[in-house]
Write a protein that binds this ligand. Structure first.
Ligand code: B4P
Length: 193
C-alpha cells in the first residue's frame, strides 16, 4: 500500500492538491475536515459538538477524529492506499494513526509537507470565505487562531515523521499545476524505488 500524508497549515492547498492526487494515484481520500463538515451538515450529535469548536478555529478533540479515521480505515479494506488530508493534526493523532496502520500490517510511506507563508494563507482563506459559506474562512481573527493552533499543536506532527525519515518539504506557493507536478515527482520517485 502507498499511504500518503499531505501536510501543511490551513489554506496551504491540502484539499486542492488531494483532489488531483487521488485521481492520478487511485488513493482513498480521507479528509477529517470533510468528514467533520459532513457530520455538521447532517446535524448529528458529533457534528453539533464539532461545529462550535471549528467556528472558533480550534481543533476538534483527538478521540473524535481518531474514531472517525478508525471507522474509515475499516470501511475501506481493499484500496491501493490512503491519502490523509488534514490528519494527523496532533502528536496523539499521529501515534494513533501509526498503531491503526500497524494493525493493518501497513504504515505511512511518506509525508509531503506544503510550505506557504502566513500572509499567503490568510489571503487564500479570506478569498475562499467570500464564496464557500464556511464560517471559519470569513473572519480574519478565526483564520489567525487556526494558524496559531497549527503552530501550537500541529507543526510537531512533522517532527514525529521526520524522526522516521519520512518528511519531504514541497514549495506550496505558485500555480496549482506547478505544485501538483512537484508533489507527483516526489511520489513517483518513491513508487519506483
Ligand atoms: P480542513 O478542512 O482540513 O481545512 P484547511 O486546513 O482549512 O484547508 P486546506 O489546507 O484543505 O484548504 P486548501 O489549502 O486546499 O480543516 C478545517 C477545520 O476542521 C480545522 O480548523 C479544525 O477545526 C477541524 N479539523 C479538521 N481535521 C482535524 C483533525 N485531524 N483534528 C482536529 N480538528 C480537525 O484551500 C484553501 C484555499 O486556497 C482554497 O480557496 C484554494 O482554492 C486556495 N488555493 C489552493 N492552492 C492554491 C494555490 N496554489 N494558489 C492560490 N490559491 C490556492
Amino acid at each position: 500500500m502507498f499511504n500518503l500524508i499531505l501536510f501543511g497549515p490551513p489554506g496551504s492547498g491540502k484539499g486542492t492538491q488531494s483532489e488531483k492526487l487521488i485521481v492520478k494515484y487511485h488513493l482513498k481520500h480521507l479528509s477529517t475536515g470533510d468528514l467533520l463538515r459532513s457530520e455538521i451538515n447532517n446535524k448529528t450529535p458529533l457534528g453539533l459538538e464539532a461545529k462550535s469548536i471549528m467556528e472558533k478555529g480550534h481543533l476538534v478533540p483527538d478521540e473524535v477524529v481518531i474514531g472517525m479515521i478508525s471507522s474509515a480505515l475499516d470501511a475501506n479494506p481493499a484500496v491501493n492506499g490512503f491519502l490523509f488530508d488534514g490528519f494527523p493534526r496532533t502528536s496523539a493523532q499521529a501515534e494513533a494513526l501509526d498503531k491503526l496502520l500497524e494493525l493493518k500490517k501497513t504504515s505511512i510511506t511518506v509525508m509531503l509537507a506544503l510550505e506557504v507563508s502566513e500572509e499567503e494563507l490568510v489571503k487564500r482563506l479570506l478569498k475562499r470565505g467570500q464564496t464557500s459559506g464556511r464560517s471559519d474562512d470569513n473572519n480574519d481573527t478565526v483564520i489567525r487562531e487556526r494558524i496559531i493552533e497549527y503552530n501550537r499543536k500541529t507543526a510537531a506532527v512533522a517532527d514525529h515523521y521526520r524522526k522516521l525519515n519520512k518528511v519531504i518539504m514541497v514549495k506550496g506557493e505558485g500555480g496549482v499545476d506547478e505544485i501538483f507536478a512537484a508533489l507527483c515527482k516526489e511520489i513517483d520517485s518513491r513508487i519506483k524505488s
